[in-house]
Design a protein around this ligand. Structure first.
Ligand code: ADP
Ligand code: TMP
Ligand code: ZN
Length: 186
C-alpha cells in the first residue's frame, strides 16, 4: 500500500481519541492489520487500551520509548495508530516517517497546544510532515463557542505560567475553552 501520515489534533475533549478509534475500527472492518500505541504515562482510564472521554475504546500497546514501536511492526502491519502523541519525544516523528515510507498508514492523535497554548512537544513537527491534518474543536464550557484550547485548573483556579507541562488528568484538572475564555496566571 501507499504509506502516509494522518495527524488528528485539537484541545482535550475535542474527540481526537474517538476519531482515532473510528478510523482504526474501519481499517479493521476492511481486514487490515492494525496496531495501536500509547505512552505508558497515560493510564487514566486504562493501562492498555485507548479510551475516549465518552467511554469507547480499542486495544493498544503501552510503550515508554518511541523505539519500542519497531519491535511490534511486522511485514503484515498496514495501519499504525498512535494516541497522546504529544507525550512522546521528537523521535516519534522519525518513526512515523519511517513507517509511512515503508507503506504503512500512520494515524497520530494528540494535543497541538499545552495548557499555556504553546505548541506541544513533537506535534508541530508532526503536523508539518503529515500528509493529512485534522484540527478538531471541543465546546467551550464557559461560552459554548468552539474550543481550541485546554484550560488547566489547580484548585479551581487557572494554572500558573511556570507550572510543569506534563500533568496527566481529566475533568478534575482540565476544561475545554475558546481563545477568549482561556486563562493563564502570569
Ligand atoms: P480527546 O481525545 O480529544 O480528549 P475524546 O475523543 O476522548 O476527546 O472525547 C470526546 C468526547 O468528550 C465527546 O464526544 C463528548 O462526549 C465528551 N466531552 C466532554 N466535554 C466536552 C466538551 N467540552 N466539548 C466536547 N465534548 C466533550
Ligand atoms: P486527551 O487529549 O486525550 O484528553 O488527554 C490529554 C492528556 O494530556 C491528559 O492526561 C492531560 C495531559 N495534559 C498535559 O500533561 N499538559 C497539558 O498542558 C495539557 C493541556 C494536557
Ligand atoms: Zn469561551
Amino acid at each position: 500500500g501507499h504509506g502516509y501520515i494522518e495527524a488528528v489534533v485539537g484541545p482535550m475533549y475535542s474527540g481526537k481519541s474517538e476519531e482515532l478509534i473510528r478510523r482504526l475500527k474501519r481499517a479493521k472492518i476492511a481486514k487490515q492489520e492494525v496496531i495501536v500505541f500509547k505512552p505508558c504515562i497515560d493510564n487514566r482510564y486504562s493501562k492498555e487500551d485507548v479510551v475516549s472521554h465518552s467511554g469507547i475504546s480499542i486495544r493498544a500497546i503501552a510503550i515508554n520509548h518511541t523505539e519500542e514501536i519497531h519491535k511490534y511492526i511486522t511485514d503484515e502491519t498496514q495501519v499504525v495508530g498512535i494516541d497522546e502523541v504529544q507525550f512522546f519525544d521528537e523521535g516519534i516523528v522519525a518513526v512515523a516517517l519511517e513507517l509511512a515510507d515503508k507503506g504503512i498508514r500512520v494515524i497520530a492523535a494528540g494535543l497541538d497546544l499545552d495548557f499555556k497554548a504553546e505548541p506541544f512537544g513533537p506535534v508541530p513537527e508532526l503536523l508539518a510532515r503529515a500528509e493529512f491534518v485534522d484540527k478538531l474543536q471541543a465546546v467551550c464550557v464557559k461560552c459554548g463557542a468552539p474550543a481550541t484550547r485546554t484550560q488547566r485548573l489547580i484548585n479551581k483556579e487557572p494554572a500558573r505560567y511556570d507550572d510543569p507541562i506534563i500533568l496527566v488528568g481529566a475533568t478534575e484538572s482540565y476544561e475545554a475553552r475558546c481563545r477568549k475564555c482561556h486563562r493563564i496566571k502570569k
